[in-house]
Design a protein around this ligand. Structure first.
Ligand code: SF4
Ligand code: F3S
Ligand code: FES
Length: 234
């Protein structure tokens, strides 16, 4: 079948404003939108710019606004997308070129949350830090984040003010806050209790709808607020 790809193009160094360009490509229903973007880039217009790496929903590098919703281009099939597909860069981040956005502010927010285990104590057996299956289960969901930014770039609070740390950073803070082996919980909670932290969320659920991993983001946000309350942080 023939599929029309409508792509929002923008080169800030050459264009006064973004504009739409249309490309017709031949596709199978089981092709992914990423396959169509490759067809355009490799055979029609080599200037089209986008980011991708694994092509299998693992690396998180190809989140785009496809048919009006944040998705991974490598996971969204033509049979679900239809014969006219619109593709735009994710929102709330500066466009570097076409579908490629500046992720630096996103990484800066993530860095604030200290996304690594903190524990300088020697394990009891000198080798490994054990935890129960129930304790491991507490961060199972949030540990599946692939840092694609689909959630943060779908959040209206983040659109209006990029100083909000955003749902992706909260998800990754949650992953360590509830980890029984971590010793920096208090510091993490104080970071999340900052005026630009978790309290900025207005529970609009856009992030949940956008997440390609179906992570229960609002549940994680709620649990972080509960932990802040339990720690007596104001
Ligand atoms: Fe992507 Fe989901 Fe992680 Fe957000 S929580 S960065 S949408 S995987
Ligand atoms: Fe934003 Fe998600 Fe909260 S979209 S407002 S972080 S529920
Ligand atoms: Fe890696 Fe899509 S290219 S998640």
């Amino acid at each position: 079948m023939d599929v029309t790809l409508r792509i929002r193009r923008y080169n800030p160094e050459a264009d006064e404003a973004p504009h739409w360009e249309e490309y017709t490509v031949s596709a199978e229903p089981t092709d992914r939108v990423l396959d169509l973007l490759h067809q355009v880039k490799w055979y029609q217009d080599g200037t089209l710019t986008f980011r991708r790496s694994c092509a299998h929903g693992v690396c998180g590098s190809d989140a785009m606004l496809i048919n009006g919703r944040n998705r991974l281009a490598c996971e969204y099939l033509v049979r679900d997308a239809g014969t006219t597909i619109t593709v735009e860069a994710i929102r709330g981040m500066a466009v570097v070129k076409d579908l490629l956005v500046d992720m630096e502010p996103f990484w800066d927010s993530l860095k604030q949350t200290m996304p690594f285990l903190v524990n300088d104590e020697i394990p009891a057996d000198g080798r490994e830090r054990r935890q129960s299956q129930a304790d491991r289960e507490r961060y199972e969901d949030t540990s599946r984040c692939i840092l694609c930014a689909a959630c943060t770039s779908a959040c209206p609070i983040f659109w209006s003010d990029q100083s909000y740390v955003g749902p992706a950073a909260i998800v990754n803070a949650h992953r360590f806050i509830v980890d029984s082996r971590d010793t920096a919980k208090q510091e993490r909670l104080e970071i999340m209790a900052d005026p630009d932290g978790v309290w900025r969320c207005r529970t609009t659920f856009n992030c949940v709808e956008a997440c390609p991993r179906d992570i229960k983001i609002t549940k994680a946000i709620l649990e972080v607020t509960q932990e802040i309350g339990k720690a007596g942080i104001r």
